[in-house]
Ligand binder design. Structure first.
Ligand code: PEP
Ligand code: MN
Length: 347
């Protein structure tokens, strides 16, 4: 929809606009109001070049898009009925829980094996474990490819699918060849378009899911959905959106919890939303409340850091990992809340 600066376009201006849109196979339909006339673009108005050309005309105030720029991720797209199933659970049909350590310790694999067994017992459907870690300080532990074997051994022992973060293209092949079910894109890489493209391409042929974290500095919601659109556009529609807190505004929390984003996302996209309350707040004591708030806001699942002995963990585990008993209690309460929000429909 074209909104001119004046109340209506002059015949010359209308001719110019008509000529521009005709180059892109579109037409103009004036909508004449008592005071103001606006102009609908009839045809596919998503072409960026056409919009740029129109916005560049001095007599145009703005262009309001009616068609979504998300060809695949939009709620009204052909993919809207797509469902994601992991380890036998279809997202949206029951609360989906990912849990496990922030970081796998390659020197002490038993912590991870015990954690994996404990989070399964607590009710998790997928195990998370960091093999490669994005650390703020280059001198801190950066992860170790040996942890990939530990992750897969935990998958074998528990029979559960596993999730791990890939930070560069080389990690994608290593993780997929090892049998990782879900590739995680971290908050720091959520705007790394070459990585997003590579993931979309690499997983297109396989039954692989992508857990896309929301960047901590992301602004408009469209930025988050566009990142998902990259992965889908390059071949893989199995995308879960994962809000994980944005840059902090309150002293007590590691990040600003963004669990209230879920209803906004769901107005625009069909993609399931699994919230990460651990990174959102950054301290174990606040994680259960954030997890419940996320479910209250309509999340389809939770991704929670947990460790059998947090003080022996690496990375975020000492501060923000829940012990398995607190995890079990949190999952149980979250499931009750989820059931309240999803009453069983009787005929
Ligand atoms: C993580 O999941 O351990 C992690 C580093 O998350 P984020 O990318 O959200 O910071
Ligand atoms: Mn972490």
């Amino acid at each position: 929809m074209i909104l001119p600066k004046s109340n209506r376009l002059t015949p010359e201006q209308l001719n110019e606009v008509t000529a521009v849109v005709a180059e892109f196979g579109c037409k103009i339909q004036p909508i004449i109001g008592a005071v103001r006339t606006i102009y609908a673009i009839v045809g596919d108005e998503r072409d960026e070049l056409m919009i740029n050309r129109l916005e560049g005309l001095s007599f145009i105030d703005r262009i309001d898009r009616i068609q979504s720029p998300f060809k695949l991720m939009d709620k009204r797209s052909d993919l809207a009925s797509h469902r994601i199933t992991i380890g036998g659970v279809t997202l949206g049909e029951e609360l989906f829980v990912i849990a496990g350590a922030c970081t796998i310790d390659p020197k002490n694999p038993n912590y991870f094996y015990e954690t994996a067994a404990a989070v399964k017992e607590a009710g998790a459907h997928m195990i998370r474990g960091g093999v490669w870690k994005p650390r703020t300080n280059p001198y801190t532990f950066q992860g170790d490819v040996k942890s990939l074997d530990i992750l897969m051994e935990a998958a074998r022992r528990t029979g559960l699918p596993v999730d791990t973060e890939v930070m560069e293209e080389a990690h994608i092949k290593l993780a997929l060849d090892a049998g990782v079910t879900c590739l995680q894109v971290g908050a720091r890489n959520a705007l790394n378009y070459s990585l997003l493209r590579a993931i979309g391409r690499a997983v297109a042929e396989r039954e692989t899911t992508v857990l896309l974290k929301r960047g901590m500095h992301m602004g408009p919601i469209s930025e988050f959905i566009s990142a998902a659109e990259y992965i889908a556009a390059f071949g893989n529609p199995n995308i879960i959106l994962c809000p994980r807190g944005t840059a902090p505004t309150l002293d007590g929390y590691r990040n600003h919890p963004d669990e209230s984003i879920t209803p906004l996302l769901k107005e625009k996209t069909w993609a399931p939303v699994v919230v990460d309350p651990s990174h959102s707040v950054g301290k174990a004591v606040y994680v259960p409340a954030c997890a419940l708030a996320a479910v209250a806001y309509g999340a389809d699942g939770l991704c929670i850091e947990s460790h059998v002995s947090p003080s022996h963990g690496i990375g975020d585990d000492p501060k923000q990992s829940l012990t398995p008993d607190v995890l079990a209690e949190t999952i149980s309460q979250a499931k009750q809340l989820w059931a309240l929000r999803h009453p069983v429909k009787t005929a």
